[in-house]
Every structure is written in structure tokens, then in C-alpha cells.
Design a protein around this ligand. Structure first.
Ligand SMILES: [Zn+2]
Length: 298
């Protein structure tokens, strides 16, 4: 249920010492629009807490002599729904879903956690330059996914490219060392030391499968709510081709629309193409980049 906005950074989570209570649509948490399943109170402000009568009543543990006001910060509160509530929540949710538009932004992040830096053979400066070349800069701002279900990969594509096939045998870019786990830079230099199987599997699990899992959750939710889903796979690209690009044709169009023969509807192509050409942009289909992202199993 990643599509639900969780306000104030609060999440709802089951934890040790949890209390269980029923929740009705009159409940303050419900009115505030928190999705439930679980609440972690780490960022759960005391003001918000006080608006929840049950929380106030439970603020101190029986054996808590400290009177510490952040009792809830270390003891998450588990909220359990009644069947009736769950049904009503689902209905409300269906009404509130603006559309079945889902944004997928796989390449905007430049984040590589320190614990993985030893895998890279480049200096910090060189890695920075590679990011400038290959990261889809501003994709997360340009497409303005706020308010819609969206899946934004948190890690740099240099750590794990969630849009390439995890299996090198079927990923065409793996032939130049740029499958889901890159071995080479955009100009063919060694990027990474050889990884052992466990390291590669760990990255694929942490980022690739997690990205796909989140997409599937959103897709299933959209399909349950509206009977269909439309994924907008959001990228940006440089005006001059990179050495690793298959298509070296210049000048490049302002907008490239990648489609899938079976999955992209002609109406959507017409709508999007017409919209951008109407604004005066040059638009091309599947060039310089062909295809679109489809999560496995769809
Ligand atoms: Zn991209």
C-alpha cells in the first residue's frame, strides 16, 4: 500500500509491547489520512499523539517510573482494523484514487551508501562525473509525481539499475558491462571490482526486487480500485549521445516516447504525442531510447 500518504512521517508498525485496538472512521488517525497496518512513533509528534485519546491513556507503561514523554517512541502501537472498518476504508480509498496513473522513476537518485563504495574502482571525482553523464537528472522534479502513486528508486543506477533485466543472459546492455549491476563506465572503463555471488544477489534483492515489489503493489491496488493501471516511466537524457548509447543519431528530439507493442495503447500514444507537439516540442517514438518498463509478470 505504498500509495497512501503517511503524514508527519509517522508509520504504523507492529512491535514489542504493542497494544491492539479497533479503529473506526471517526478515529483521529483515520481522519488524518494515515494508512494503517502499522504506526512507528519515532516521528510521531507529541501534539499528534495527544489528539488520539487511546494514545494519551496509554502514554505511560505501568512500570515506567521515568515519566518519559516519549514512551511511544520506543513502544510502537499496533492498530488492528475491524472487518467493517476495512471494508469502508477500501471504499473510501477507491473514491479517493485520482486515477490509475503510476509514476516510475528509476534513475534519478545519485545515492550510493558508503558501505558499497569499496566496490567501485573510480575516484570520488570520476564517480561524480559518471553520475553527471548517466543519472536522469531532475526526473523526479520534472514529472511531479506527488499526489500519485509513485515508485522512485532510492539508489543510484550505478549501484543497481532497477530497470534492466536482473538476468544478464536476457539483458542486452550486459554485453557492454551495463546490465542491472554495472561493471563498466559509460565509456567502457572498468567501474567495479568483480563481485561475489552473495554481493550481487544482495544488491538485486535490496533494490531490484524491492523496486519491482513496490511497483506490483501499486499496480494491483490500481487494478483493484479502477480496473486498470497506467505506468508512466520517467527518464531524462542528454542532448549528446553517450558512448554506450546504441542510437548515436543527432540532433536528438526534445521528447522521446518509449512504447511497448503489446502494452501501450494507441490512444495514450496519440494523447501524449499530441500534447507535446502542441506545445512546440519535437517528439520521437522509441528513439533514441526504445521500449518501456514493464514489471515482471505483467
Ligand atoms: Zn533513465
Amino acid at each position: 500500500m505504498g500509495m497512501i500518504t503517511v503524514k508527519n512521517g509517522a508509520k504504523i508498525r507492529k512491535g514489542a509491547g504493542s497494544s491492539i485496538r479497533e479503529m473506526s472512521p471517526d478515529d483521529p488517525i483515520y481522519k488524518m489520512g494515515w494508512f494503517v497496518g502499522e504506526i512507528t512513533s519515532k516521528n510521531f509528534s507529541s501534539k499528534a499523539r495527544e489528539e488520539i485519546p487511546e494514545a494519551v491513556g496509554n502514554k505511560k507503561a505501568p512500570d515506567d517510573k521515568s515519566g518519559h514523554p516519549d514512551y511511544y517512541n520506543s513502544h510502537p502501537n499496533f492498530v488492528k482494523f475491524s472487518d467493517g472498518f476495512w471494508k469502508e476504508f477500501k471504499q473510501t480509498q477507491r473514491k479517493s484514487v485520482k486515477s490509475s496513473l503510476i509514476f516510475h522513476i528509476p534513475h534519478a537518485s545519485r545515492m550510493i551508501s558508503n558501505i558499497y563504495l569499496d566496490q567501485f574502482l573510480l575516484s570520488y571525482r570520476e564517480l561524480y562525473d559518471e553520475h553527471l553523464r548517466l543519472v536522469d537528472r531532475y526526473a523526479d522534479e520534472l514529472f511531479e509525481p506527488s499526489g500519485y502513486p509513485s515508485v522512485i528508486s532510492p539508489a543510484s543506477r550505478f549501484l543497481c539499475d532497477v530497470e534492466r533485466f536482473a538476468d544478464d543472459e536476457v539483458e542486452p546492455m550486459a554485453k557492454i558491462g551495463m546490465g542491472a549491476i554495472y561493471c563498466n563506465t559509460t565509456d567502457g572503463r572498468p567501474l567495479r571490482r568483480p563481485l561475489i555471488k552473495e554481493e550481487r544477489d544482495h544488491l538485486l534483492q535490496m533494490y531490484h526486487r524491492e523496486n519491482e515489489r513496490r511497483m506490483k503493489l501499486n499496480l494491483e491496488e490500481a487494478q483493484r480500485s479502477n480496473g486498470f493501471a497506467l505506468i508512466v516511466d520517467c527518464h531524462t537524457f542528454p542532448s549528446i549521445p553517450l558512448p554506450c548509447d546504441t542510437d548515436q543519431v543527432t540532433p536528438r528530439p526534445d521528447i522521446c516516447i518509449g512504447t511497448d507493442e503489446d502494452q501501450t495503447s494507441p490512444e495514450v500514444i496519440e494523447l501524449v504525442t499530441g500534447y507535446f507537439t502542441g506545445l512546440g516540442y519535437s517528439v520521437s517514438m522509441n528513439a533514441p531510447y526504445a521500449g518501456t518498463y514493464i514489471p515482471g509478470g505483467f
